[in-house]
Design a binder for this molecule. Structure first.
Ligand code: GDD
Ligand code: MG
Length: 351
């Protein structure tokens, strides 16, 4: 049977001021479509997987947001983390729970905040992966053709000689430095990791057991209480002891049985205001506008968003992020968008 693990515990700090610790980007309608990112992701997965088998992994503090935005999910489907420990601990924990419920489970692990253009192509790729992982001991990834040496992604080197659509992977390298990323791009047989994984519960658990024995022992010790009323106590006493490590470093870089399907859909991980700008429709002067009525003169390339559909007048400004929310107004050049994370740290005590 097919399951999904939807990861929704990140903070999205580069989308400040819209995304905040209390209300991160996956719970916002970043694209202006009427659905929040987590709702869009849930619906996308629901076309592949029975709704009751979609599990949401998130921090305790987002409990209410999950139930409000996904009213059909039950307590069984919401896996709460009492501490932020990145993706490896929560994936192992949820996989053990799912495996206990259904030892034959095959699952997709997906971020809750990505943009995927062609949902049919996505569905096809995942179906193929599911079939393969049902019959093979495989860690399956989806690979995106890289366009520049982005150091924020994982890189997947696939077997050049493979003629099949499912390619075996020579190496998985998480967030290489710039020079390494550049050399990867020039070699031609590297793809970006989309951050979406498929595998059987059985396979991923044994891979954790082999490569992260401490993490495995920590969570395996609770197996008898999972899916019972005593689970909460075990997790609140133990989750914080887990190492803070992402699934990419914890198992993907270390495993031999990694495979990749080159994605046939357009993908964007919506990591920054600029990447959101790229995916939104532009007005006739080239500005992307969400939730605002704009009057622009001699202004293009701007990402404009307000909270209450404000009138925004912009003259003589190019390639800026203009975002207004309650007590904060951000006017920031797109070229420096990575610095928003740092700016947030230095202004935190001002509001
Ligand atoms: N439940 C939960 N708990 N979710 C988390 C946690 C956590 O502690 N930390 C992060 N997440 C969620 C984020 O909300 C996001 O949806 C997803 O897990 C991935 O985390 P990121 O922090 O966004 O990872 P990344 O962007 O640095 O790198 C990953 O994604 C890239 C593609 O976007 C890696 O898989 C890279 O290899 C990949 O290229
Ligand atoms: Mg990310």
């Amino acid at each position: 049977d097919y399951y999904a693990i939807l990861m929704a515990g990140g903070v999205g700090s580069r989308f400040w001021p819209v995304s905040t610790q209390d209300f991160p980007k996956q719970f916002h309608d970043m694209l202006g479509t009427g659905d929040t990112l987590i709702q869009k992701t849930f619906n996308r997965l629901a076309s592949l997987i029975p709704e009751e088998n979609i599990f949401i992994l998130t921090n305790e503090r987002y409990n209410d947001l999950v139930y409000r935005q996904l009213p059909s999910v039950t307590k069984r489907q919401v896996v709460l983390e009492p501490a932020m420990r990145n993706t490896a601990p929560c994936i192992l924990y949820a996989s053990l729970k799912i495996h206990k419920e259904n030892p034959d489970a095959v699952m997709i692990v997906a971020p809750s905040d990505h943009w995927i253009e062609d949902e049919n192509a996505f569905t096809q790729n995942v179906r193929q992966a599911f079939e393969y992982c049902s019959n093979n001991d495989a860690l399956m990834t989806l690979g995106i053709t890289p366009t520049f040496p982005n150091t924020g992604y994982g890189y997947i080197e696939y077997d050049k000689d493979s003629t099949s659509n499912i390619k075996s992977v020579n190496q998985f390298r998480e967030k290489p430095n710039y020079d390494t990323a550049k050399s990867f791009l020039s070699q031609g047989n590297f793809l970006w990791n989309a951050g979406i994984f498929m595998w059987s519960a059985k396979t991923v658990i044994s891979v954790f057991q082999k490569n992260q024995p401490e993490l495995y022992q920590l969570f395996e010790a609770g197996i008898s209480v999972y899916n019972t009323e005593n689970e909460y106590d075990f997790i609140s006493n133990n989750y914080g002891k887990a190492e803070n490590i992402s699934v990419d470093y914890a198992i993907m870089e270390k495993s031999k049985n990694v495979y990749v399907i080159p994605a046939t859909f357009d993908w964007n991980d919506l990591g920054t205001w600029g990447s959101l700008y790229d995916k939104l429709e532009k007005d006739n002067t080239g500005n992307a506008v969400v939730n605002a009525k704009t009057l622009t003169t001699d202004a293009s390339g701007n990402m404009i968003r307000t909270k209450h559909n404000k009138v925004v007048v912009v003259d003589g400004l190019e390639d800026y992020i203009i975002v207004d929310k309650d007590e904060v107004l951000l006017i920031f050049p797109k070229t420096k968008e990575q610095d928003i994370k740092k700016v947030l740290q230095s202004v935190k005590d001002k509001f």
